[in-house]
Write a protein that binds this ligand. Structure first.
Ligand SMILES: Nc1ncnc2c1ncn2[C@@H]1O[C@H](COP(=O)(O)OP(=O)(O)O)[C@@H](O)[C@H]1O
Ligand SMILES: [Mg+2]
Length: 245
């Protein structure tokens, strides 16, 4: 039986009178790559905040590899390998690329693993070796996103949540980063949940898509199923539908 990396169970979240999430339930199997799509304001980033432990849900529970982590602090989830990036890249601008990755790796390094080799592995995996002594402000957006993903993954990552890590990139940059994410998934067995708007890019990497609309899940399925789902086409895809097939 495949084990579940993530179970989101009946999650709701209110901000005062605004319902940002309503009864959201889905799961992600270990080793899967799942895309989370939906229009701006649908609740995608809020869901990432709740899964990572930065924000409590108003209702519901989060299970991570079978354990209920709903009340667990974000840094403890991170230490256990529940990793995420932010929609707006967050880096230490006064540190070098290498220092940025080292700080992140040092906070959640599995015992017995050398910090220097983990940092080197991450820099190599994301093709950042030549940029290791640069400051983030000297990098392209694509490389800044790479550094952020390397920081998220460094250490013992088991579940990686990427919030619009491909947005703002050129077609070629996005495809290169997609290959690197697929490689992470294959080489380290990391489960991935990715928020992304460019559906043709997502279709090339995910096994399943979860569609959020107006704070709730309106569809789940393979990219082809989603592209042909009339409700999704009406709610979200519009003319992009063809890009998924
Ligand atoms: N910290 C917050 N306080 C109040 N409202 C928020 C907060 N975070 C998100 N929201 C609101 O929740 C809704 C969902 O936002 P968000 O999760 O950022 O959507 P998405 O990432 O899908 O674009 C939006 O209406 C947004 O304004
Ligand atoms: Mg968002």
């Amino acid at each position: 039986m495949t084990s579940l990396a993530l179970e989101v169970v009946g999650v709701g979240r209110r901000f005062g009178g605004l319902v940002a999430l309503r009864d959201v339930t889905f799961s992600v199997a270990e080793g899967e790559i799942v895309g989370l799509i939906g229009p701006n304001g649908a609740g995608k980033s809020t869901l990432f905040e709740i899964i990572s432990g930065n924000m409590p849900p108003s209702h519901g529970a989060i299970r991570y590899f079978g354990a209920d982590v709903t009340g667990k602090a974000a840094y403890l989830r991170r230490r256990d390998g529940l990793c995420r990036t932010f929609q707006k890249v967050r880096l230490f601008e006064t540190m070098t690329v290498e220092q940025n990755v080292r700080v992140a790796a040092s906070q959640c390094l599995p015992s017995g693993r050398s910090l220097a080799s983990e940092v080197d592995d991450m820099l190599q995996q994301f093709h950042l070796g030549d940029l290791r002594h640069r400051k983030p402000s000297e990098l392209t957006l694509a490389d800044r996103k790479r550094v952020e993903i390397a920081r998220a993954v460094a250490g013992a990552c088991r579940l990686l949540m990427l919030d619009e890590s491909l947005s703002g990139l050129t077609h070629d940059e996005a495809h290169r980063l997609v290959s690197e994410i697929i490689l992470l998934n294959k080489s380290r067995g990391i489960t991935v949940v990715i928020v992304e708007h460019v559906l043709s890019v997502l279709a090339a990497m995910v096994q399943r898509l979860v569609v959020l609309h107006n704070a709730t899940i309106v569809a789940m399925g393979t990219p082809t199923e989603i592209a042909n789902n009339p409700l999704v086409i009406e709610a979200y895809l519009g003319s992009q539908g063809g890009a998924l097939t």
